[in-house]
Write a protein of this length. Structure first.
Length: 290
């Protein structure tokens, strides 16, 4: 349990590193909308004997403390704080980073991948597809249909049933532990409303989505595309589009891990299969480095 002082505040992070001399490859996790890093713990527990795992709470969520009230809650702003954390931990400059981004965190992860290609071994994007034409319209409709501003005003209702179950069950295709059902509701309800609203809105901005669409295809490292086909939060077709576009346009290794019965949270819904997909991808990417 640690905090890193950055220009945006005290960033809460957890690092399974062994200290000075730990030269293992590093897995850095980026969280989804209004979620702290707690939901990564099951997969971190499985990976940490082989990899140094770093997770953190982005500003506006979890245990991170913002330094002032005028933060820029944008892709660039979140990437700035992640870059500062990487500098603090001495993880830039040597090629040993596996970056994993989930949902909105896929946008931030992509920005970090393209800012620091010299440090990258592989990238993984989970349920954060790219959307063109009709898919973009569908994505926009799904999120706008959620009425972001109204949800922020009345988010406290999700503490109670049946709203709690409605909130969680929409995101998943298979059951998850009660502990993590509670974590997701707690994180959402206690998140900074300004941050959650800003993130919800930039995630549906056509210009920002267009930039992400371009940048995700250009990631200069092997990419694993993970999709839960039962996802009712973000249309899964977008992940298949990303995979196909990468196959067409990138010379880098691109893989698809498709989980037909999982929804938005495959790291909890199908943990053993999710872990196996990550390990296989990390190993393949490391072998390509020689």
């Amino acid at each position: 349990m640690s905090f890193a002082d950055t220009t945006r505040g005290k960033i809460y992070y957890e690092d399974t590193g062994w200290g000075v001399g730990d030269d293992r490859e590093v897995v850095l996790f980026f969280n989804g909308w209004s979620i702290s890093a707690r939901y990564w713990m099951p997969v971190i527990d499985r990976l940490s004997s082989q990899y140094r795992c770093v997770s953190f709470d982005q500003s506006g969520t979890g245990r991170t403390v913002c330094s002032h009230s005028c933060l820029c809650f944008s892709v660039e702003g979140f990437a700035d704080e992640a870059s500062e954390l990487l500098v603090r931990l001495g993880l830039l400059g040597s090629r040993k980073l596996h970056i994993v981004g989930h949902s909105m965190g896929g946008m931030i992860a992509t920005e970090i991948c393209n800012r620091h290609p010299e440090s990258l071994v592989s990238a993984t994007i989970v349920n954060c597809g790219i959307f063109d034409d009709e898919l973009l319209k569908s994505f926009h409709h799904v999120l706008v249909g959620g009425m972001i501003d109204v949800a922020m005003l009345f988010k406290w209702v999700f503490i109670f049933e049946p709203f709690k179950s409605l909130f969680i069950d929409r995101t998943i295709g298979r059951p998850i532990e009660q502990k993590y059902r509670t974590v997701f509701v707690e994180d959402f309800v206690t998140s900074d409303s300004r941050a959650a609203t800003a993130v919800g809105k930039f995630a549906i901005d056509p210009q920002i989505i267009g930039r992400y669409t371009s940048e995700a295809v250009k990631i200069g490292a092997p990419l694993l595309c993970v999709v839960g086909m039962a996802d009712r939060t973000i249309p899964p077709e977008g992940m298949k589009t990303l995979y196909n576009r990468r196959i067409e346009q990138s010379a880098f290794l691109t893989r698809l891990a498709r989980f037909d019965n999982a929804g938005h949270l495959p790291m909890l819904e199908v943990l053993p299969e999710f872990e196996l997909a990550l390990r296989s991808h990390f190993c393949a990417a490391s072998r390509l480095l020689g």
